[in-house]
Design a protein around this ligand. Sequence first.
Ligand SMILES: [Mg+2]
Length: 359
Amino acid sequence: MAHAWAISRSKPANIAKVVVVELTGADGSVGLGEAAPTARYKETPQTVEAFLKRVDPRGLSFTDIKGSMSYLDTLSPRDASAKCALNIALLDGAARRAKKPLYDFLGLGFRENHHVTSFTIGLDTPEVIRKKVADAARFPVLKIKMGGADDRASMQALREVAPEKAVRVDANEGWKTKEQALEHIEWLASDGHIQFVEQPMPASASARDWAWLKQRSPLPIFGDESYHLAKDAEQAVECFHGVNVKLIKTGGVSVGFDALRAARKVGLKTMLGCMIESSILISAGAHLAELCDYLHLDGNVLITNDPYLGNRSSEGFQRHDTGAAIRLFSVRGRDYCLGRARCAGRLRGSSRDGLRRAA
Ligand SMILES: [Mg+2]
């Protein structure tokens, strides 16, 4: 990673481990997917690989994504990140076979250079925050992590370098009570350039406490760790002004599509976020941009050894026009690791439409 990474519930780390999946059809068509497992959802590279070993390729088909995902759900009610990797690989293969970009395969379209992504400033010392903010000058919107030892010092450091830049705040469940959360949000509102505050309290906070905070908050509050699936939308609208969907916690693009659409239907603002990811996951997420009011897809910008070409956001604007034939994922190298990322064995074997494990 370009910088040590820390949020409210984690110690600084320099390496993020991911698992890459490659599905190969009997006709040679290929789909790539990626899991970025996180301890927050009790997943690790080892749990992802253990799940993948249980997958019978005969249950997967490039021509039946829905049936394939139903099969995966019979294996485990959890393992969203592992299912995400397979869902993306299935959709990648299906869209390639249809010779369409995934956003067209999904019927969404995509406006080039329209969608703006924010860039993350993780928890750090004021000195390092100042440097990170200066290095991120090309990004029009920043997202700063809070819930650390001294949030005011972090914000002050950011403002010394970027006095009026638009900023999103992510507390990652770091403020433990509704009163503490409200006090922080009222202070942030006085800044005048904060767009919204993400997950101010723990996901375990009661719906009553969330409703209390939503009613009083001078800034919009977004649920991230509190929002996963489309079925959660009715509850979420009582608690939040918007929600942050991530592919690795919903279980992939298909479920993320439903979660975003359900949120919009009940009147919630929508955001698509990410973890530390390569361009596979980031590109897959960017194909859902037209369902989002806000994007936060900077995971592939935070790492220094991305082996893929894909969606780019180097100036803060999402672009798919990077040369890949169907503007999906363009592979720079086949067998690789991100830092010490674990590379899953590719699926081999025969299936009803010829998906097979390879290696
Ligand atoms: Mg978040």
